[in-house]
Design a protein around this ligand. Structure first.
Ligand code: DGJ
Length: 542
């Protein structure tokens, strides 16, 4: 149920939140809540916004962890997303080694960070690279998918019952470890597998795959989609993909459900995306993964998975907007578990939290020396670090407040579109507009005082997010943007901007620092590269 937290409750939540992560405190399990079409991740019983950062792939070793923490501090992240690989916890079948997790959890607590563990098991970017050697070397027990020609494909089959059982056993051991060693819930969430699917071969054309493919689609899928009959009849050109999605999701369901029975942390899956609007080419996409057009299949097959999430490496603003819109659903909490870590991606944080996202994490945020350019940055230089740090610092100063207020009230956020066009939305009686590439004073159209464009004009930076606190009240953060308020069409007459306060939340209470007025409001509210939080009160005079 959706709960609106009062200020007294907020103060209590603060004491809980600060008490957390200490060894002798047993806290409630992190959990997801949903109400009025919005979602919240509750950590220590209070809404929590994941200001995340994901480490590079091979940083999941004790000797590498010191490359991570400084970057998280620099960008003001509160949560580390980092792999735990099947190959490292079960190098010999039945013998488990959790020494990496011992170090990881100890260091996370020392650095006051939460952790999201990424279970690199049967599928990692579809491949089996993170499975133990004893899995890789035994294709009889752990079958690979087959091509149409009957050749082995380099992806483990979702129809391998023994593969699933072995993955599930290891995952259960991992969750037992967390149950026994993480009473304070430093680990707040688990990603099950990584970018499931199969490139080039849309489904397993082996004997078991073909046998199942000839059958009618499963009853729960019929109920969820209204489709009936064989896969080919129900899904036409996308039948192979729909089939693989169902069986990969059903496999992940077994793993997740068994893990949740041990420790019921929120669990999610991430998607290798396939273009924002087209119906994907089944041989080009990671067929079987939780792309936006197969979410209903995943949800029907994997009810223990709390949500599906997009990995965003396409920097085009129109495409990012489409992806976020498709994953932000009343039945799907929006989280961006991976986004490129180069400059253009940082501004999409505002688009995500404007849609009520529970989390956001640029990928590759460590000093291990590895860069996934051209997907992300060539280097984590000051400009890149600063671009992610500024919005994180702004929200971070009031993370619990933002998380609970954005759960309780409507939100809206935009990043500068690639073409620099203005953006606007109606919230209640008010039309709010974001414009880019303005100085703090005056209008760029002015002829008498012709001005050169501001430095950020040529850059893909700028964004803002708002919470509609009450009919005439808004909380605003942003950078490199001019935000203006005007009466919405048909709203009452005599509208004014009554008061603009700059301030901050302290222990759940708004503390005003100063009132913006004069030059600071005459030309819209101009947010630059400063850490500024504004509370805006509009009004109507008699
Ligand atoms: C998406 C994957 O989920 C990550 O683990 C990583 O491989 C990136 N792609 C590319 O760096």
């Amino acid at each position: 149920m959706h709960r609106v937290f009062g200020l007294a409750a907020m103060a209590l939540l603060f004491s809980l939140a600060t008490a957390a992560q200490s060894a002798d405190v047993v806290t409630s399990l992190p959990r997801l809540e949903r109400g009025d079409g919005r979602h919240a991740l509750l950590v220590d019983d209070a809404p929590f916004l994941i200001l995340g950062a994901q480490a590079n792939n091979a940083v999941n070793y004790p000797t590498m962890l010191d490359t991570v923490w400084p970057v998280l501090d620099e960008i003001h992240a509160n949560t580390l997303e980092i792999p735990v690989a099947w190959q490292q916890i079960e190098p010999v079948e039945g013998k488990f080694d959790f020494s990496y997790l011992d170090t990881l959890l100890k260091q996370a607590r020392e650095h006051d960070k939460r952790v999201i563990l990424l279970w690199f098991g049967t599928w990692k970017n579809t491949g089996y690279g993170y499975t133990p050697d004893w899995v890789k070397l035994d294709s009889k027990r752990f079958p690979r998918m087959k091509t149409k020609e009957g050749k082995d494909h380099d992806v483990l089959s979702p129809h391998g019952a023994q593969t699933m059982a072995a993955d599930r056993t290891a995952f259960v051991k991992l969750m037992e470890y967390l149950r026994d060693h993480d009473a304070q819930n430093s680990v707040i969430m688990v990603q099950v597998e990584n970018e499931t699917g199969s490139y080039r071969v849309p489904r397993d054309y082996g004997a078991e795959g073909n046998r199942l493919f000839a059958k009618p689609i499963p009853e729960p899928l019929s109920r969820a989609t209204g489709k009936r009959g064989t896969w080919a009849r129900a899904f036409g050109d996308q039948a192979d993909r729909a089939f693989n999605s169902w069986y990969m999701a059903a496999y992940v369901e077994e793993v997740a459900r068994a893990g949740k029975a041990i420790k019921a942390l929120p669990m999610y899956v991430n998607a290798s995306l396939a273009g924002p609007s087209n119906v994907p080419d089944p041989t080009g996409v990671a067929s079987g993964g939780p792309q936006q057009d197969v979410l209903d299949i995943w949800k029907a097959a994997a009810p223990s998975v709390d949500f599906q999430a997009p990995d965003i490496y396409d920097a085009k603003s129109a495409n990012v907007v489409q992806y976020l819109d498709k994953y932000a659903r009343p039945d799907n909490a929006l989280m961006v578990p991976e986004i490129g870590n180069s400059l253009p991606f940082a501004r999409y944080f505002y688009e995500a939290i404007g849609r009520g996202a529970i989390g956001f994490a640029p990928f590759g945020m460590d000093r291990s020396g590895y860069f996934n350019y051209p997907l992300g940055a060539k280097a984590l230089d000051d400009e890149v670090i600063g671009a992610f740090a500024l919005p994180y610092a702004m929200v971070g100063s009031m993370m619990r407040d933002w998380a609970h207020l954005s759960y309780a009230h409507p939100t809206w956020g935009r990043a500068k579109p690639d073409d620099g066009s203005a953006v606007s939305a109606i919230m209640g009686n008010w039309k709010i507009t974001g414009e880019w590439d303005q100085w703090q004073f005056g209008m760029k159209e002015w002829k008498a005082f012709a001005a050169e464009p501001p430095p950020a004009a040529a850059e893909p930076v700028g964004g803002f997010a708002l919470i509609h606190l009450a009919a005439d009240e808004f909380l605003l953060i942003g950078d490199h943007v001019r935000v203006t308020f005007e009466p919405a069409p048909g709203s009452p007459p005599n509208a004014i901007m009554l008061r603009v306060e700059e301030g901050r939340f302290e222990q759940g209470t708004w503390q005003m620092k100063r009132i913006w007025n004069g030059d600071q409001t005459d030309y819209g509210l101009n947010l630059t590269d400063r850490l500024q939080v504004l509370k805006i009160t509009m009004g109507h005079y008699r």
